[in-house]
Design a protein around this ligand. Structure first.
Ligand code: SF4
Length: 313
């Protein structure tokens, strides 16, 4: 099996929650209804709630066919990447194609949940197997500071959209709360979040925090000593903290494909270990390619708690 670099399909990447996950990006960088301070894809350059086919569904399907004809072992095909996937009406078209042509793959959607107040947006996601939606703030002030939303968005309307989605969507719905110390970790905001989360009735709640370099350098991880207090506001949550140990297994390519490596780093910062798991390449091969990408000024490195991360320029 060979691994190619595509424009809209990336990975597979080892995900903390989804195992080996093949990413599908329906957008151009970086199109989102929010501009979160912790975003690992960088600053939002097109802050919008306009739903349109940013990339034609056929282009995405062609890349998926090219990759999936090898029937790779995957835990999920996941819609994520540069921004908010629900902005694109290509989503239901690609989901329907995958369900018909490759029914053995589970489909996941990572979404910021901001567009489910629209009936059509809820209809468009009904066939995916797992939705992981974010909800980081309930009060206007915290929402604005943390998620820097499109001006038309309002937290009450977003929460009602998630409540409606829960009623209409028959598969797994998880909620993710990203904690940014000093912003949404006050007792007041956590109480509001806890109330809203109960109202929505998701199958699982996950508390997340900074794992890779975020958009704003002041965003930090919560102190370990504070995690118990934060978690006590929510029932049976899992705190996301460790990467999956699974990788692609035996190396499926011995010659490094620099565009594939760059494509992964462009979407989110990666450590050498992340890249070894995703590509199956040896440490030595990867180090050589990374050095070249650094000297070509395409990427740079930054030390974080989890190690040395490579980030695109
Ligand atoms: S974290 Fe998600 S919702 Fe927030 S700006 Fe980045 S892509 Fe958009």
């Amino acid at each position: 099996m060979t691994s190619k670099s595509y424009k809209h399909v990336f990975g597979p990447v080892p995900s903390r929650r989804l195992g080996m996950s093949l990413g599908v990006d329906l957008l151009v960088p970086k199109t989102c209804s929010l501009d979160c301070v912790y975003c690992e894809s960088g600053k939002t350059t097109a802050l919008t709630i306009e739903r349109k086919e940013y990339i034609p569904a056929d282009n995405i399907i062609a890349e998926l066919d090219d990759h999936l004809r090898f029937k790779p072992q995957l835990d999920h095909v996941t819609f994520s990447g540069w921004g908010e996937p629900v902005l694109s009406p290509a989503l239901p078209k690609v989901v329907s194609y995958l369900k018909n042509r490759y029914p053995f793959y589970k489909i996941a959607l990572l979404t910021n949940g901001t567009l489910f107040f629209l009936e059509q947006a809820r209809k468009d996601v009904l066939d995916v197997d797992l939705i992981i939606a974010s909800l980081d703030a309930v009060s206007q002030e915290v929402f604005k500071r943390l998620n820097r939303p499109h001006p038309s968005l309002d937290p009450d309307r977003i929460i009602q959209g998630l409540v409606d989605l829960r009623k209409e969507f028959n598969h797994e719905l998880w909620l993710e709360i990203f904690i940014v110390p000093g912003v949404n970790d006050t007792d007041k905001e956590l109480r509001l979040l806890s109330k809203s989360v109960k109202h929505i009735g998701a199958d699982k709640i996950q508390i997340n925090s900074l794992d890779r370099p975020g958009t704003e350098s002041w965003v930090k991880k919560p102190e370990k000593s504070d995690l118990e207090r934060i978690q006590s506001y929510f029932d049976c949550h899992s705190y996301i903290g460790t990467e999956t140990n699974r990788g692609v297994g035996a190396s499926h390519q011995s010659v490094p494909d620099e565009s594939l490596i760059f494509n992964l780093i462009k979407r989110r910062p990666c450590t050498l270990a992340d890249l070894m798991k995703s590509t199956g390449l040896s440490k030595e091969n990867l180090e050589e390619s990374l050095e070249r990408l650094v000297s070509d000024h395409k990427i740079y490195s930054e030390v974080m708690e989890r190690g040395l991360f490579y980030k695109s320029i």
